[in-house]
Each structure stands twice: as C-alpha cells, then as structure tokens.
Design a protein around this ligand. Sequence first.
Ligand code: GDP
Ligand code: MN
Length: 376
Amino acid sequence: MDLYEHQARQLFAEHGVLVPKAEVTDSPAEARDIARRLGGRAVVKAQVRTGGRGRAGGIRLAEDPAAAERAARDILGTDIGGHRVRTVMVAEPVAIESEFYVSYVLDRAAGGFLAIASAEGGTEIEEVAAARPEAVARVPVDPVEGVTEDKAAEIVRAAGLPPRTAGVLERLWRVLTREDALLVEVNPLVRTARGQLVALDGKVTLDDNALFRHVRWSDRQAPREDPLEAAAAARGLNYVRLEGEVGVIGNGAGLVMSTLDVVAGSGARPADFLDIGGGASARVMADGLSVVLSDPGVRSVLVNVFGGITACDAVADGIVRALDAVRPTKPIVVRLDGNNAARGRAVLDGRAHPLVHQAATMDDAARLAARLAHIS
Ligand code: GDP
Ligand code: MN
C-alpha cells in the first residue's frame, strides 16, 4: 500500500528524521487557520498517492493565511494524474539551500535492497538518471546487514552527498525495516539555509502482508460492519453473511461454493457460508456452528463435510459439543463423507438429537435443508 505524503512524513518523524511542521485538512477555511498557526506563510500541498504534484499545480507557496485558503480552494477537488485531491497538507515553508534524492527500493532480482541516491534531487530522478546517469548512485544493501554506519558512508560517497546525510540514511533504513516498507523515497531531502537536513517530501510503500501492523492507515481493512462477521473473524473463522435462510458450513472453499449452488438449486437461499477449512478440529466446528446458529436469518443449517485431512468423527464431535453449548432451536442437516465418515455418522446417531438430521448425499442434504427452512 502506498502511503500519502503526510503519513510517510509521520513515520519519518517517528524515526527521528526532520520534517516540516504541517497539518492536513479538507477545508480551505481550515487551511487558513493552519497557515496562521504556522506563522503566516505556508506551502499548500495536494495529498495524492502520485508524484509530480509540483508540475501539476498541486503545490503552492502562500505568502499569508488568506493566500493559503485560496490555494487550498484551488487545489482541492482537482485531478492530479488521475487522482482526485481530497485533502491538502499545509506545511511550514522551508528555505532550501540544496535538494538531494535518497531512496531504498526492494530489488527482487538481486534478493536484496538497493539504495539510490543523488546530490541532484528535486526533479524526477528518472530524468536525472536519463540525462546524467553518473549523477545517480546505486548501492546494493544486504537485507541482513542493513544500512550500517559504513554502508551509509559508502552511499554518501557514491552519490556525493554531504557527510551529515549519513545519519538520515541510517534513520530512513529503520523506517524501511521497522515499518515493513518495500520502498522509502525522499525527494527532495533538503539542506536548509540554517544547515538542517529536512525530508521535504516522502513516499513510502508498505508491504501489504504487514498491513495488520498498520491498521491506523490500511484503508483496505475497514472495520467490519456486521457483528456476526466480526465475531467469526475474532475466532479466526472464514464466515460471510448473505441474505437467505439456509446456513451453510463446509470444509474448503470449493466445496462450500458448490454447496451454495446446490442449496440455490433446491429452492432455498444461503443465509451465510462458513468455511471450516481443511484439517478442522472439533472446536472449530463447534465455534462455526454457534456463529451460524446465532444468525437470526438462519432457519436451517446445512453442514457439508468431505473428510480429507479433516476426519468426519472430529467434525461430528464438534457438532455434538456445539449442541450441548448452544442448544439450537433450528434443524441441522449433516452430510458426512470421506475420511472416517462411518464413525462420524455413528457419533451423531449416538447423540440422537431431535433437530439433527443426516443425509447421504449433498443433493439430499440440500433438499432437506431447504424444506426444513421453509417449514420451520
Ligand atoms: P512532488 O512534485 O510531488 O514531488 O512534490 P514535492 O513535495 O517534492 O515538491 C516539489 C518541489 O516543490 C520541491 O522539489 C521543492 O522544490 C518545492 N517545495 C516543496 N516544499 C517547499 C518548501 O517548503 N519551500 C520551498 N522553497 N520549496 C518547496
Ligand atoms: Mn517530490
């Protein structure tokens, strides 16, 4: 996932890299207030997950709060490279003395990382690389060793950066590794008139496999609306709520999908589906059944298990356990086949619960579940 500049900037700050003071807003009036708080002058920057904002008119220097409000009004709602601008960052302006480029990128082919750095930052690095390839240094970074003091010094030398940028390089490496990023890019990293090194722009791509550690920013993990889905997720179950009346539990996505079809073919609609997965234990079955039974839309439940890795007697044990724990009031149709099916059926026969029915085939089971859903 690509982060917005203001998010990247926050990570930089958390790892000790200097960034300009700034606030984000979606309102021109608030942009004016922010500029006032920053001392009057401000840079107003479109927050979009793409580069080249400067050239596209997405960055404006405002001489006073009223100008910041006008700039925000002009920039908000515009389109930059296909990205609609919904927020702007209002930042304290920085007096730039020189602009540098530094980045770490994952180099999949090399099985490592690559530090790319140049003393000629500010413009698109691809243009610098095309016009003057010798001005862009590429230094491989071993992912295990990382950017040590020596490695940082090597990058600084190769790119002709001021020696003090070595410290920034080490901190940006910590951003990359501690935040599970695949890309960290600062363009420009600037030396200010007062001699400070400040990250004036930031691009960070987080590894999507690590988004669970970044819930504050992962817009793909919107909170679950449905309380049953949330409860199921909390128990590690794959559960999706639908709108019909037959609750469907199966093992394996393929089997569950075809069970949904067979239920539909029997004249009923699936109320939900729950995949207990391969190798499901009695406990998973018990958890799954109690989730499905607590859905008020469910009028009958179809448990369709083909035992492969999963042993049917373990599934039957789970059903019996769930019967004792949740005291169902809805009929449950069970079809067990495959690994230890006979033992599983015997377990259910032994329990002889009045609401539990067994069926020999998936079609029979679906027809029975549909019929029970309509009469219960
Ligand atoms: P990009 O165009 O999306 O890469 O946006 P940047 O944040 O990198 O800004 C583009 C250019 O605007 C920078 O290279 C700077 O030259 C200029 N710029 C951005 N912020 C400031 C600032 O605070 N002061 C000054 N003087 N220039 C700035
Ligand atoms: Mn930039």
